[in-house]
Design a protein around this ligand. Structure first.
Ligand SMILES: NC(=O)c1ccc[n+]([C@@H]2O[C@H](COP(=O)([O-])OP(=O)(O)OC[C@H]3O[C@@H](n4cnc5c(N)ncnc54)[C@H](O)[C@@H]3O)[C@@H](O)[C@H]2O)c1
Ligand SMILES: Nc1ncnc2c1ncn2[C@@H]1O[C@H](COP(=O)(O)OP(=O)(O)OP(=O)(O)O)[C@@H](O)[C@H]1O
Length: 514
């Protein structure tokens, strides 16, 4: 301790009253004869103890600070080393450029310090600590930070930074509500987006062509870093070795880190591709720009195929999105837990699954009537006897829920749709529950057959008698860019996609009310 004290510059005052010296004082012959001296010695001992505590506290704080400083310096030295290596690798790589193979196995990956090799720090360029480096020859190995942005709520065309606080005001005894659901949201970049993830519908030639074209433009004109799925990278490299700079991932762990690196997601496909994109993010989701290359496109307002004659159209859209501000729709998701009867505790067994459209509990291949007991926050709702039940988000209200007779709901409305599928009852009308409830759908023990649950139309799982599905609103919405705004895009999608309430206008001539 003396050593650490002297190292920390505390020895001087403390040594005068060290416990040891007080101890010696107490053990001296004077101790028994003079009560005052004993009292004085004890006071000294207390003071010494207090000083020791102060000294220890400060010493440990200083030790901690020293440790942080050491870590910082190590980190800095390490980064400098990597930068130098990256530069020399780039030099080396440029020389080797012509000799370089274009094999898909050369794909850039995320990796950590332990498997870091000089050649991996170059063109393939992503280094450790979740810090991205693009080592392509036309970049300078600089660190890439995720772009920051600010969301604001607009009110009747005007923007307001003020978030909703007062829901109900009791001023002068009159009850007024301030805001019931979120208004149009505007996203403003505070720093420029640097990394884009492009997700594409598989097996589509128009999608492949547009994807390659977009990547060239985003790289050359916007100097962006680009991620694609491993399958897409292979396809791109088969087309040309030019696409070697395009990055990808190799396992689930790297997918789960994507949201920390990607500023913007572009989807090229239909609604299914937007669902696919959302399912890749089990937590926060970066803003998604959905380009429509499918047949319907309720969630894909950026229509590219309609502009086939104008191949520059996507450039205009992306330029405006990269510049901002963008109107976005925050699409709510449902968080679903399958709770097995065999599990001792509610959330012990299976990972939660997030859905953007809906979770469906149906009879699967069984020809028996489904029998499902439904509870809302522990209150009994009803027993579904029919083909099944859909718990849908408002974004999913235009999908399966609509086909089962559910209402169409604006995607910004925070609610959970409770829509039966072919109920064997004359009075079972669909419900819409508020967003804060937890719904529980249980297969009763006396059910004649198991039920099946599927998530956005995928990942079917069996629910045995006694098993349940617990569902509530997820904390991570899916922000999708609007072409105009949430309302305009929603109305356009139901007009164009469903021909909603399309009817020839009644002619002027004919009988009139007198
Ligand atoms: N009877 C039905 O209508 C029915 C049956 C099964 C699944 N689905 C829907 O299909 C979805 C899965 O989509 P997919 O593309 O992976 O499968 P998919 O390729 O089978 O396409 C299903 C259709 O649903 C449309 N769709 C998807 N999400 C929509 C939305 N939010 N609003 C309006 N239409 C939407 C798609 O455009 C597509 O035309 C499921 O989440 C479910 O909602 C509908
Ligand atoms: N990146 C992807 N990887 C794997 N599957 C995908 C991917 N993107 C989309 N899919 C799947 O491909 C299917 C069709 O996709 P999508 O709905 O986008 O196209 P579509 O059917 O042509 O369009 P629309 O839904 O407008 O008719 C969906 O089932 C979807 O889950």
């Amino acid at each position: 301790m003396a050593c650490s004290q002297s190292e920390n510059g505390f020895i001087s005052s403390f040594s005068l009253f060290s416990e040891k010296s007080v101890q010696e004082l107490l053990q001296s012959p004077v101790q028994g004869s003079d009560d005052h001296l004993i009292e004085f010695s004890e006071t000294l001992r207390t003071v010494a103890k207090a000083l020791r505590r102060v000294a220890e506290g400060k010493a440990s704080a200083q030790a901690e600070a020293a440790e942080w400083k050491r870590k910082y310096e190590l980190e800095r030295a390490h980064n400098l080393k990597l930068e130098n290596r990256g530069k020399s690798c780039l030099q080396f790589q440029t020389d080797l450029d012509d000799m370089r193979t274009n094999s898909p196995t050369n794909q850039p990956t995320l990796y950590n310090e332990t498997n870091e090799k000089p050649e991996r720090c170059s063109r393939n360029g992503i280094c450790s600590h979740e810090v991205l480096r693009d080592g392509s020859p036309d970049s300078d190995s600089k660190m890439i930070r995720k772009a920051s942005f600010k969301l604001s709520w607009c009110c009747k065309g005007e923007q307001s930074d003020q978030q909703k606080h007062d829901i109900v005001s009791f001023e002068r005894g009159n009850i007024t509500t301030a805001e019931r659901s979120s208004k149009q949201i505007s996203l403003k970049w505070e720093s420029s987006p640097q990394t884009v993830l492009i997700l594409t519908k598989p097996n589509s030639v128009p999608v492949q062509i547009l994807c390659a074209e977009m990547i060239r433009w985003l790289k050359q004109q916007q100097k962006l870093h680009i991620y694609v799925e491993p399958r897409v990278r292979v396809e791109l490299l088969m087309e040309s070795s030019y696409f070697n700079f395009v990055q990808t991932w190799k396992d689930e762990k790297e997918i789960s880190a994507l949201h920390t690196k990607v500023d913007l997601v572009l989807t090229l496909g239909g609604d299914g591709t937007v669902l696919w994109a959302a399912s890749m993010f089990k937590g926060p989701v970066p803003p998604i720009v959905p380009f429509s290359l499918g047949s319907l496109g309720f969630m894909t307002p950026f229509s590219e195929l309609n502009h086939a004659s104008d191949s520059e159209h996507y450039k205009e859209c992306l330029e405006s999105i990269l510049k901002g501000p963008i109107s976005i729709t925050l699409r709510h998701r449902l968080q679903c837990h399958v709770v097995r009867d065999a599990a001792k505790n509610e959330y012990e067994t299976e990972e939660p699954i997030l859905v953007l459209n809906e979770v469906t509990i149906d009879r699967g291949i069984s020809s028996f009537l489904t029998n499902l007991e439904c509870y809302c926050d522990n209150s009994f709702v009803t027993c579904v006897q029919g083909d099944g039940l859909i718990l849908s988000t408002t974004s999913g209200s235009t999908a399966y829920s609509l086909a089962a007779g559910g209402s169409m709901v604006h995607p910004q409305v925070p609610g959970i749709l409770f829509t039966p599928i072919c109920p064997h009852s004359l009075s079972f009308r669909p419900l819409i529950m508020p967003e804060h409830v937890t719904l529980r759908v249980q297969v009763p023990f006396n059910s004649r057959s198991p039920a099946w649950v599927s998530f956005d139309g995928k990942d079917r799982k069996q629910l045995a008698p006694g098993d349940a599905l617990v569902c509530s609103m997820a904390p991570w919405p899916v922000p999708t860019a609007c072409l105009v705004d949430s309302t305009n895009d929603f109305l356009r999608s139901i007009h164009e996609g469903l021909h909603w309430n399309l009817r020839k206008t009644q002619s002027f001539d004919g009988p009139r009310e007198s």
